[in-house]
Design a protein around this ligand. Structure first.
Ligand code: ADP
Ligand code: MG
Length: 343
């Protein structure tokens, strides 16, 4: 899940993880930006570098979450590829781990995508519903071993960085000619380019986020990554029917009718020469001014919707919730995604 910052990436990723877990499935929600956004949203303590169940889904599903930290991921990586268990700790003390993960952004992204890849590929016993997330690496002789997660949802970096982030392993393939790292990088790219992986975009109906969405669709297509759907978040219903909106913008609404309505409702007073003019006439003008602004805004949104349609991707809409997004609201958003067929 990517999108311009602030459009609701984390929120929509979480809603999608719940929606995909509905009906007894298991999903993993992963964040890579070190913000603990998931913990806040699900109202749980900060996530350790370990998968934790954070929610149940309608019909017995489970949502686990993981906050990937690049430093931990690097130590894990060194252990897996170089068996550098203790030596890795020494590197950490020397500051080499910090260096690699903060100074070299490419290294960071290799590690983060690697962790997601590992979670997608992990196979194991299907846990009993209601039990905790399985500890990593647990072996079992169970016969119905399959993917541990039915879906992994990544709260990915924003649109401005998504191309480089997801394509970073392509650069590694180019750099490392042979060996385990090259193989790993190649396998990650193969997964990301397969039908198993989709990049969904979140946007709101404003110029910049829509433009960034269009740019990202173009960039992702160019590097061979599959774009899934476009989620239009924080959609507001117009306050007025279409003809009234057009009239408001054109300034042709019947002012005397507005005035009569205000008077009938007992709104507005004759001005008392105290500065603020709250006479019905002044209120009517202010209202008509607001209606014109609202009409212009709805027209702009209409235009942005058309631009999104032109991308030719399935689109899904989520309402702007006046109360903000708490856990209950998150389930509501998940339901809306399901109704619209995203999960
Ligand atoms: N549909 C919505 N209705 C109301 N508020 C929303 C909605 N979606 C997101 N928000 C709020 O908008 C803010 C940004 O959302 P967030 O998911 O953190 O965005 P991002 O991860 O893209 O930065 C948060 O305060 C969130 O609660
Ligand atoms: Mg976020």
């Amino acid at each position: 899940m990517t999108g311009k910052g602030g459009t609701g990436k984390t929120t929509v990723a979480a809603a999608l993880a719940i929606a995909l877990a509905s009906g007894g499935r298991r999903t993993l929600l992963v964040e890579v930006e070190g913000r603990q956004g998931i913990a806040q949203l699900f109202d749980v303590p900060p996530l350790p570098y370990e998968e934790r169940q954070v929610a149940v889904a309608p019909g017995g599903g489970e949502v686990s979450a993981l906050a990937v930290e690049p430093e931990q991921a690097l130590l894990e990586y060194l252990e897996i590829f170089y068996h550098l268990g203790r030596a890795g700790r020494v590197l950490e003390r020397m500051g080499a781990v910090d260096f690699a993960t903060t100074i070299a952004p490419g290294v960071r992204d290799v590690l983060l995508t690697g962790k997601v890849y590992e979670a997608v590929r992990r196979r194991g016993p299907r846990p009993v519903p209601g039990s905790r997330a399985p500890s990593r690496g647990r072996k079992s002789s169970s016969k119905d071993e399959g993917p541990v997660y039915d879906a992994v949802v990544l709260d990915a970096p924003p649109t401005g960085r998504i191309g480089r982030f997801l394509n970073v392993n392509e650069e590694v393939v180019g750099l490392a000619k042979v060996g385990p790292i090259r193989n790993q990088a190649g396998a990650i790219m193969t997964l990301l380019r397969s039908a198993q992986a989709r990049v969904h975009l979140v946007t709101v109906l404003e110029d910049m986020p829509v433009q960034e969405t269009a740019d990202a669709v173009e960039e992702l297509g160019r590097i061979g990554l599959g774009v899934g759907g476009v989620v239009v978040n924080m959609v507001r219903e117009p306050f007025l029917p279409e003809p009234a909106l057009a009239g408001a913008v054109a300034g042709t609404l019947d002012r005397s009718e507005v005035l009569a309505g205000l008077t009938a409702a007992g709104l507005g007073r004759r001005s008392r020469a105290t500065g603020n003019d709250t006479s019905p006439a002044a209120l009517a003008d202010a209202l008509l001014g607001e209606a014109a602004e609202h009409g212009a805004r709805v027209a702009m949104e209409h235009h942005e919707r058309e631009a999104l349609q032109e991308l030719g991707r399935p689109t899904y809409e989520l309402p702007a919730l006046a109360t903000g997004v708490d856990l209950g609201a998150l389930y509501g958003l998940a339901e809306r995604l399901r109704e619209q067929g995203m999960a």
